[in-house]
Unconditional design. Structure first.
Length: 217
């Protein structure tokens, strides 16, 4: 049940610890999604909550939903104005050169009939920036903290693969895939509010990271 995954709730917002593998929007094949199961998150409200932003299907962690249209508009504006702080964790295939840095790599969408669509680094694309810091390494993999300043589709995944040369472990599109799934987790979300305390949530350490050899420090 989705209500077991609630990390934060008040009259305006719900933050879920979205499981990897569950898409936010209904897929074409009609399989389950957050939007399709939003009735599980009404609690005492008549209205279903609606997602304010998106996480990739295979990304786990903090997902913000608004409980009314006015709150949705305010939260969306905070995202658009860059006032929301997003924190991710990823396990990378490979160890980056250096301990930290910023990737400034614009992104564009490309599509072919054979392989479908994907995002690529393109100087003429939309601006995209991600700050990164290595937390620790195990064998030939690195655990990194990531702080995206923009919110482009597949931004972190492309920035790791192209910008660092170390794709997210388990990434089926930009990396090699893997038995533990894609090891990318939206670990923290901070959304400022004008007349209320900020929403500031941290998601639990994902079990997939433990299975891949990275216990919580």
């Amino acid at each position: 049940m989705l209500d077991d995954l609630v990390l934060f709730i008040d009259g305006e917002a719900i933050v879920l610890d979205k499981p990897a593998g569950l898409p936010v929007d209904p897929p074409r094949d009609g399989s389950p999604s957050i939007v399709g199961r939003a009735d599980e998150l009404r609690f005492t409200f008549q209205r279903e909550p609606t997602p304010v932003h998106r996480l990739d299907r295979d990304t786990s962690g903090c997902l913000l939903l608004a409980r009314n249209p006015k709150a949705h508009a305010r939260f969306q504006q905070a995202f658009e104005q860059g006032r929301v702080t997003k924190r991710y964790l990823a396990i990378l295939d490979g160890i980056p050169a250096g301990e930290s840095g910023e990737i400034d790599l614009p992104l564009a969408k490309v599509s072919t009939a054979e392989s479908g669509w994907r995002m690529v680094g393109d100087a003429k694309g939309k601006p995209a920036r991600t700050n990164w810091r290595v937390l620790r390494t195990v064998d030939d993999r690195a655990l990194v903290a990531l702080f995206p300043e923009t919110g482009r589709t597949h931004q972190i995944r492309v920035h790791m693969a192209e910008g660092l040369g170390c794709p997210v472990a388990g990434d089926p599109v930009y990396g090699r895939g893997g038995r533990h799934g894609m090891l990318l987790h939206a670990t923290g979300l901070m959304v400022p509010r004008d007349n209320k305390p900020a929403i500031d949530v941290t998601a639990p350490w994902p079990k997939s990271f433990v299975a891949a050899g990275f216990d919580e420090a």
